[in-house]
Design a protein around this ligand. Structure first.
Ligand code: 1YM
Length: 640
């Protein structure tokens, strides 16, 4: 540490503040796993985005450097460099070292506030091995440096001059390996969110580059002058839109900006995503409610007025009008109230009315001015209504079946004896023969087996009524016990773990994708709550002496062999497919809770998952063929 720094009362408080962050990082960034590692980047980018929202910045650059440090650079005003009245040190240092004081001074303006309300810079500093901040302002270049959890090693210093037009802030930091479980940044993860930020802030250009390898790349730049309209086009790229124009409506009142973009496609799923100040409001809220209410009302009014809906016909429901709808709702609010357990819901009641007004006025006008498109849209919603009625009947049949003895439906499910869901699991097994071995090899108290004959229906291409008439899908629904659609109830889930057991080949991969599509589209909360797993049958069996070791892949095989005494003899066997294993082998390698390896299926980013599923399973054959050829292992950045 530099010797010329004299600590006063204030400095000591500062270090105590940052020390608190180091002691309990989870309180500030959620976790210290790979997610927390990326959180640091978001905290810094948020400050640049705030500067863009304030209208002073139109370009941001993000670089993953060699050694996994990260640099974020913007062309905003630059963090103020003057002495801060409360701390007696420069404002830049104050922002980076004083917990809770780093927020913006003064009110007004939109803030990204992803939980830390602009105080993230000091948290990043606290959790970093080193941080360097450079500010370009008034023709001068300033720099300050910190090390080991935010200890100042270079106070803000003027280090040179630049053209007076050049302004901005550049921050480089290296996460502290003592804090984080991993120090490796994932380019895809950063890219997906950066692209999203570019969609949500029209005209803002954001570049991302990976400098970790020696390839000389210029990186990728995302800039969308059409904003959320281009987001909708992107989400619909592997779907078939049923009208050309993307409907884009916008309005402002009392400093609240409300914007929506939408387009219907020929599919049956809806992809409706909402944001407040660039944060995904997973659980919706008043902005989404306003739009949904207006959408249902306007379509019903239009359908009645044009006599497409007759007097005797029932009105269309909210579900009918959202079938095949891709929609982005974005609200910029100076004082957003986030509600709910995960703060994923917008609570401000004034937004409901604004959203309703902006949407209903604009959409009504669109329908009037575009009668051809209007007719296509209304017809689609009316078809959805007919399917809804049919599906209800089919569900009633499925439910009546489920009232019968559960073991009895189709005779396929071999249920477990235990009834307490918290210790029960169900294996969904590819093929009858593997299913047979699984039944013999299981622990019949807690493990249920459901063998699948052949491939299940692709629900990406089928409406719910057709899905419900599919035998395999009905069996799955009944076995799970939760119901689907509006009747879905997570608390009725009959198994704590749902384990997909397929071969480690392209066919197995395809069946896994089909099952995941079904779960994601029909039972999403089950996936989100972490109940879904993929069994990982081993690829090799290594025998030496009396020891038998199963390993999952080539790397594990090689490192295990390397760990053996070079004088021992060993025998390596490549494992057969699930169907060729006997009950004992299947039990030991894949099912026994003490020996097996399961992979939890997680969906970090629902929007990206949605895009991947439509790419994989939608109308277009080419992207799917390409994907499966390139990646039988399945989707990397979704971790499935
Ligand atoms: C790469 C990270 O931090 N940019 C950035 C931060 C600030 C400003 C501009 C800024 C804000 C304001 C006035 C204001 C911050 N300033 C502060 C504080 N990029 C990055 N660019 N002038 C400049 O909000 O009034 C905190 S962040 F608090 F000092 F104003």
């Amino acid at each position: 540490m530099a010797e010329n720094l004299h600590y006063n009362e204030n400095d000591i408080q500062v270090l105590e503040g940052l020390e608190a962050v180091r002691k309990r990082p989870g309180m500030y960034i959620g976790t210290t796993d790979v997610k927390g590692l990326h959180h640091l980047v978001w905290e810094i980018i948020d400050n640049s985005i705030d500067e863009a929202l304030a209208g002073y910045c139109n370009h941001i650059e993000v670089v993953i450097n060699k050694g996994n440090s990260v640099t974020v650079k913007d062309n905003g005003r630059g963090i103020p460099v003057g002495i801060h009245p409360k701390t007696g040190i420069s404002t830049v240092e104050t922002v980076y070292t004083v917990l809770h004081a780093g927020g913006k001074f003064g009110e007004g303006g939109y803030k990204v506030s992803g939980g830390l309300h602009g105080v993230g810079a000091s948290v990043v500093n606290a959790l970093s091995k080193w941080v360097t901040v450079t500010v370009y302002k008034d023709g001068k270049i300033y720099e300050t440096k910190f090390e080991n959890g935010g200890k100042t090693v270079q106070k803000l210093t003027e280090i040179g001059t630049c053209e007076p037009e050049r302004t901005g802030t550049t921050v480089s930091f290296k996460p502290d390996p003592d804090i984080f479980d991993t120090d490796i940044y994932d380019y895809e993860t950063l890219k997906v969110r950066i692209r999203e930020l570019a969609f949500l802030n029209k005209g803002l250009s954001i570049t991302i580059r990976d400098d970790r390898d020696d390839k000389d790349t210029t990186g990728e730049t995302f800039k969308y002058d059409g904003g959320i309209s281009e987001y909708v086009r992107y989400l619909n790229q592997n779907k078939t839109p049923i009208h050309n124009e993307i409907i884009h409506l916008e309005g402002e009142e009392d400093g609240i900006i409300f914007e929506v973009a939408m387009q219907y496609n020929s599919g049956y799923q809806d992809s409706i995503y909402s944001f407040v100040n660039n944060i995904n409001t997973h659980d919706g809220g008043t902005h989404e409610e306003g739009v949904r209410r207006a959408l249902t009302r306007v379509i019903n009014n239009y359908a009645r007025k044009t006599n497409m809906l007759k007097e005797k016909d029932e009105s269309l429901t909210g579900d009918d009008v959202k079938e095949g709808l891709t929609m982005i709702v974005s609200c910029k609010h100076p004082n957003p109230q986030f509600e709910g357990q995960t703060k994923g819901r917008l609570g401000n009641s004034e937004v409901r009315k604004l959203a309703d007004n902006v949407f209903s006025t604009g959409f009504e006008r669109f329908l009037m001015e575009n009668p051809t498109e209007a007719k296509i849209i209304v017809e689609k919603t009316m078809t959805a209504a007919r399917a809804r009625v049919a599906a209800k009947k089919a569900r009633e049949v499925a439910r009546r079946k489920s009232d019968l003895d559960i073991v009895n439906f189709g005779g396929k499910l071999e249920d477990c004896k235990e009834k307490d869901p918290s210790i029960c699991e169900i294996f969904i097994v590819e093929g009858d023969s593997a299913g047979g071995s699984a039944v013999k090899g299981r622990d019949s108290m807690t493990q249920a087996i459901l063998p699948l004959r052949g491939k299940i229906l692709n629900v990406e291409k089928a409406r719910i009524d057709r899905a419900l008439s599919n035998e395999e899908i009905r069996t799955i629904i009944t076995a799970f016990g939760t119901g689907i659609g509006q009747e879905f109830d997570l608390s009725k889930l009959r198994y704590n773990k749902i384990i997909i057991m397929t071969d480690a080949d392209v066919d197995g991969s395809h069946i896994r994708v089909l099952l995941l599509t079904l779960f994601y589209r029909f039972f999403r909360p089950i996936v989100e709550a972490g109940h879904v797993y993929a069994a990982q049958p081993p690829l090799f069996c290594i025998k030496h002496g009396k020891t038998i070791k199963y390993v999952l892949n080539e790397q594990e095989r090689d490192s295990y062999i390397a760990s053996l005494n070079p004088n021992t003899k060993y025998d390596i066997k490549r494992m057969k497919g699930l169907g060729e294993m006997d009950a004992e082998e299947l039990n030991v390698t894949t099912m026994d809770i003490n020996q097996r390896v399961l992979r939890k299926i997680t969906v970090d980013d629902a929007i990206e998952a949605d895009a991947v599923f439509s790419k994989l399973m939608g109308e277009e054959v080419e992207p799917r063929r390409k994907f499966i050829e390139e990646n039988a292992q399945f989707v990397k950045n979704l971790d499935i």
